[in-house]
Design a protein around this ligand. Structure first.
Ligand SMILES: C[S@@+](CC[C@H](N)C(=O)[O-])C[C@H]1O[C@@H](n2cnc3c(N)ncnc32)[C@H](O)[C@@H]1O
Length: 210
């Protein structure tokens, strides 16, 4: 996932707003106690999400893929009156996320929905959300996009993480790369959105619903 020279990344980090104390604590905890801690999207992606949320004053936010709660807390930190729904399949991650959501005093803002995200997504109203972040199992990415494009209002934004999959999407061989490659093509041909694929970290596809 390292497309850019480490020194350049450090320079970018040194010249960017830093995570809040609770997010730094959550990141430390995740790296010390969890498998695959690198699933945390991190400060560069997190700041980019916050940037969009602030630019469009997004207060109704949807996330697919909670893990330990880093990106959910990061996004919910922007507006004290936001409503964020995040989907997570694994009970142990739901528990950790809820512990840190409590510590961040964001329990009134964030609801963690435990279960298969595609089933949870069925429970939301069409056009309800301003902003969505897709960051769960890659195999369902196209299905997540197809469902979430209906859940987002006109003028809303969807961001999909890991759309470069360490570069594997260029000549896709495994199932994940194939789905991500198909998802990128589908979005790029979808006339409902203006989209751009940015090489930020592992690739962010940003879609504006026209
Ligand atoms: C990349 S991690 C999310 C990272 C998080 N957004 C962050 O920045 O810290 C993906 C998460 O999606 C969850 N997940 C995978 N498949 C899922 C599914 N079908 N439904 C709900 N959650 C799922 C995984 O358990 C994992 O915690």
């Amino acid at each position: 996932m390292k497309f850019i020279d480490k020194k350049i990344l450090e320079y970018c980090d040194n010249n960017s707003n830093q995570d809040s104390g609770i997010l730094q604590e959550l990141e430390d905890f995740t790296f010390k106690n969890k498998q695959l801690p690198q699933m945390i999207s991190g400060n560069m992606v997190g700041n980019f999400l916050q940037f969009i949320i602030q630019s469009m004053k997004a207060k109704k936010i949807l996330e697919v893929g909670t893990f330990t709660g880093y990106s959910a807390i990061k996004m919910a930190e922007v507006y004290s009156d936001c409503e964020l729904h995040t989907c997570e399949a694994m009970e142990k991650h739901v528990k950790t996320a809820n512990d840190f959501i409590q510590k961040a005093n964001l329990q009134k803002n964030i609801t963690v929905h435990q279960g298969q995200a595609l089933e949870t997504l069925e429970t939301f109203q069409t056009g309800y959300f301003d902003f969505a972040f897709i960051d769960a199992d890659k195999i369902n990415y196209l299905e997540y996009y197809k469902r979430i494009i209906t859940l987002i209002r006109k003028g809303g934004v969807i961001v999909l993480d890991n759309m470069l999959w360490s570069g594997e999407v260029i000549s896709p061989k495994d199932d994940h790369s194939k789905v991500l490659n198909k998802t990128a093509k589908f979005i790029n041909e979808d006339e409902r959105v203006f989209n751009t694929l940015l090489p930020i970290r592992d690739g962010l596809m940003v879609c504006y619903k026209k």
